[in-house]
Write a new protein. Sequence first.
Length: 191
Amino acid sequence: MNFNSNDNNIFNSIRSNGYLISKATIKDINELEELYDNLNDYLETTTNYPGWKKGIYPVRETAVNGIRKNNLFVLKIDNKIAGSIILNHLQEDAYRGVNWGIDAKDEEVVVIHTFVVNPKYMKNGIGQKLIDFSKEFCIKNGFKTIRLDVSIKNAPAIALYEKSDFKYVGTVDLGLNIPDLKWFKLYEIIF
């Protein structure tokens, strides 16, 4: 499902204390591609917690698809993208065999994908702001739950989700056939 502006979805943007979170537009594609490349370069020189690879994921097409489907949100500071997140209803096949905390139809579930923080803004609360926005967006739009998967090696993201009241549900193989990305923890928060 797309989060289109002509849907009844509300609360599609928020402005607060020097930052703006809004749906990404076609004007953001080049900057998002640069952000993805810079983040992957940064991850290669530090610890690559999510296991992403430059030129593989995330890439320009990730941004194009998110904008086309109207479900890619960006957090901007001084008109520069400090972070982004995709919110949609797309649950991985491995989610189906899990005992979630609530039964919900796909359209009642929001899934977090491609959660990105610009390396220049790391450790400044950008991730928390995007998670808080996601929670508020879901509450205002009447969704029942947010679900996500995270590599078991991604300690910073796991800590953020747990601090943000997401509950661990189980560990699954998403079937990516990438040796370092076999096991993923599943989390959810229920509203």
